[in-house]
Design a protein around this ligand. Structure first.
Ligand SMILES: NC(=O)c1ccc[n+]([C@@H]2O[C@H](COP(=O)([O-])OP(=O)(O)OC[C@H]3O[C@@H](n4cnc5c(N)ncnc54)[C@H](OP(=O)(O)O)[C@@H]3O)[C@@H](O)[C@H]2O)c1
Length: 294
């Protein structure tokens, strides 16, 4: 069987760049950023997609900052709902499959066991509400589509919490991180491997699927884990200790954040028939590659 023609949207973002690198070479790949397709101009999308041949579209584009979404809800609606819906409609007409990336922020954050795919969603901010509406719009327009919810991404293409805390720890011993907000940090590299298998081996999988590493972390335990690994690797951090603080003590955010959004990855494990590794192992691999490249 010929390999599917894959179109990546959001190819300039953290996950999009990781997908581009992972899938490039061995696959028939087209990568578009905002310059090739502006989600805030949804009227232009059908003609662009009609002119492009693809079997699978991976949509890693979107307005991803909760604070920006909160103050610019009309733009968030276009990027996270309207454009994905149009892409799903166009893809369905072509017989192509869409994989729409979504977020653990569709959940309320209230105390709960691991959130499963079928659990009730109740986002607390504009970002979560628009991503949830985007999920529904995509699945309604294209029943063959897959919504892949991810959480707390890290990797080489965009600095995230572990990169930032290590940089700060090289300057100061006075570090704080939120201890009462939990989820699963997830490696972009691991997501790329799962997505490749979902594309090649599970073309009929549709609906909602959680893609996250195993284990649980708070921003605080994630920070201390990153600093411990960094120190072990010889990075000149001044401390590996971080002062835990409650989310409520942070005043700079425009958007409310949910507290407990840890998702179950049991469905993914069952589908792929492989154990999903712990976020700590994935973080260690990432930091080794970053600070001790071969
Ligand atoms: N990062 C996380 O921790 C996290 C957590 C949960 C879920 N997710 C989800 O995972 C997916 C990928 O996230 P990410 O961290 O890779 O995001 P990212 O680094 O912020 O990248 C977002 C991408 O979307 C593009 N984009 C934004 N607005 C656009 C518009 N109006 N038109 C066209 N393109 C636009 C950006 O283009 P420019 O480069 O031009 O801005 C960029 O390519 C998203 O669906 C996000 O909601 C991420």
């Amino acid at each position: 069987m010929p390999s599917p023609r894959i179109l990546i949207l959001g190819a300039t973002g953290g996950l999009g760049r990781a997908l581009q690198r992972h899938l490039g070479g061995k696959n028939n790949l087209t990568c578009w950023g905002r310059a090739e397709m502006d989600f805030e101009k949804p009227d232009e999308i059908p003609a662009k997609l009609a002119a492009q041949e693809y079997d699978v579209v991976l949509n890693a584009a979107g307005m991803t900052s909760p604070d920006v979404c909160e103050v610019q809800p009309e733009r968030a609606l276009l990027a996270n709902v309207v454009a994905p819906q149009v892409i799903a409609e166009c893809s369905e007409r072509k017989g192509a499959r869409m994989i729409q990336f979504s977020t653990d922020y569709v959940f309320s954050g209230e105390p709960h066991d691991l959130w499963r795919e079928e659990d009730e969603t109740k986002p607390v901010n504009v970002y979560g509400r628009t991503k949830l509406a985007g999920e529904a719009a995509v699945l309604k327009a294209s029943p063959r589509a897959l919504v892949a919810r991810v959480s707390w991404l890290f990797g080489p293409d965009k600095p995230s919490h572990p990169d930032n805390i290590i940089l700060r720890a090289m300057q100061t011993e006075e570090l704080t991180a939120v201890a009462d907000k939990v989820s699963a940090p997830t490696s972009n590299a691991d997501i790329c491997g799962w997505v490749e298998r979902l594309v090649l081996e599970h073309p009929g999988t549709n609906g909602v699927l959680h893609l996250c590493n195993s284990g649980i972390a708070s921003w605080h335990t994630w920070a201390e884990a990153a600093l411990g690994i960094a120190e072990w690797l010889g990075v000149p951090v001044k401390t590996t200790r971080v002062q835990p603080v409650p989310l409520a003590s942070l005043t700079q955010f425009k958007a409310q954040r949910p507290l407990m959004t840890l998702m179950s990855n049991a469905k993914l494990q069952g589908l792929l028939g492989e154990e999903i590794r712990n976020w700590h192992d994935a973080l260690e691999e990432y930091l080794v590659q970053k600070y001790q490249p071969k």
